[in-house]
Design a protein around this ligand. Structure first.
Ligand code: SF4
Ligand code: SF4
Length: 378
């Protein structure tokens, strides 16, 4: 039997439009029976940013889904997210998620405490410390935003669940798995541990280009839903123009026997991929040589070649507001502040490129667009 992915039109974040489209997506994707269940919603917030930046899942989507869950008899609806380094509540407030929770009676849970969760067949990690809120839920729902991602190229239902790792615990995984393909294996281990029962993707306005935080909002007018997070990501990445077979973590997930094993297992309902495809969408390109680096070289050499050949962060000291976010989040501690007599703040960022693992976490969290990823300086 095939796995269903619902692809439905949703022209705006207007409540009536969303209620219609969310109900249609849930119906087509066969939302599990939630009667009497405690449901935990995991939106993607990432950092403190406003709704129009298209970094976070829109609060209106969470609100519409919460209304549907209530109508279908869920006994308790909760939500939470752990951004990289900023306050969970500040990020939720600025994104509009907190207001949506308050208006719909959704409990906003603290994601700073963790509980051990097993991933018995994990290829890289077999035990995760994930948000303890998971223990309170019968059903976990991933509510991702459709975005590009500089490190992983694409982020959706699966990558969104990395936010179950509390706070700076995420940096430790970047340090442990600096190569994207290893990081991807860990990510799939994590999704296998978290066991999401349903995913609903906000692709009404998506992010293209320098995602997941510094790309451009682009109207795509869609919602996607599925019981299978990999199937949803397979279709969503295809809609915007990727070949999922070139996204290593999706390919690995397809080999696990837990979700779909490829396109042949998926049935789309509602729109077809071609009908849903936007007129244009700027992807993160497959860097030339990536496949050679991934496939042929032993790990230590792969790291050296990768660091020498791919983009690295450059800092625009004029734009930098000295918030310290990049310094706090940098996994190998490659960044610090040094005195700068010419700057009004008296300091500027310094980077040690020998320590830098090219994880791009600094780029993700910078609120001032002061970091450029390139092979050459500004
Ligand atoms: S400087 Fe930026 S890209 Fe380099 S390791 Fe630190 S956070 Fe990652
Ligand atoms: S580069 Fe960006 S994240 Fe780092 S201190 Fe400056 S403004 Fe903050």
């Amino acid at each position: 039997m095939k796995t269903t992915v619902a692809l439905v039109r949703c022209a705006s974040y207007d409540a009536a439009t969303l209620d219609r489209s969310v109900a249609e997506a849930a119906e087509l994707a066969e939302l599990p029976d939630v009667r009497g269940a405690s449901v935990l919603l995991k939106p993607n917030i990432l950092n403190v940013c406003s709704p129009d930046q298209a970094v976070a899942t829109r609060g209106e989507v969470l609100a519409a889904f919460a209304r549907l869950l209530k109508a279908r008899g869920a006994s308790r609806i909760m939500a939470g997210e752990s951004p990289g380094w900023q306050s969970q509540d500040a990020a939720a407030r600025k994104s509009g998620i907190l207001a949506a929770c308050e208006s719909e009676g959704v409990e906003w849970l603290d994601f700073s405490e963790s509980v051990e969760v097993a991933s018995p067949e994990g290829k890289r990690v077999r035990r995760f410390a994930l948000a303890s809120a998971l223990e309170e839920a019968d059903i976990l729902v991933s509510l991702p935003k459709l975005k590009t991602h500089r490190l992983m190229r694409y982020t959706g239902a699966m990558k969104n669940l990395f936010g179950l790792v509390p706070g700076l615990g995420k940096s430790a995984f970047h340090l442990r798995f600096p190569l994207p393909e290893d990081f991807g294996l860990m990510l799939v281990d994590l999704v296998a541990a978290a066991k999401p029962a349903f995913s609903l993707m906000d692709a009404v306005v998506s992010m293209e280009g320098e995602g997941p935080a510094n790309g451009r909002p682009v109207k795509t007018g869609l919602l996607l839903a599925s019981r299978d997070p990999l199937a949803l990501d397979w279709i969503a990445s295809s809609v915007i123009g990727y070949d999922p077979l070139e996204l290593p973590y999706l390919v690995d997930a397809a080999s696990r026997g837990l979700w779909i094993s490829g396109a042949e297992d998926i049935e789309t309902r509602g729109l077809s991929i071609e009908e849903a495809r936007p007129e244009r969408f700027e992807l993160v390109p497959l860097r030339s040589g990536d496949k050679f680096i991934t496939d042929r070289l032993p790990t230590p050499i792969r790291r050296l070649v990768r660091n020498a050949t791919i983009a690295r962060p450059f800092f625009d000291h004029g734009k930098c507001v000295r918030c310290g976010g990049c310094v706090k989040i940098c996994p190998p501690k490659a960044l610090d502040f040094v005195p700068d007599g010419e700057a009004s703040s008296g300091k500027r960022i310094r980077i040690d490129y020998d320590k830098c693992i090219r994880c791009y976490c600094c780029h993700e969290v910078c609120p001032a667009d002061a970091i450029r990823l390139a092979k050459r300086p500004f």
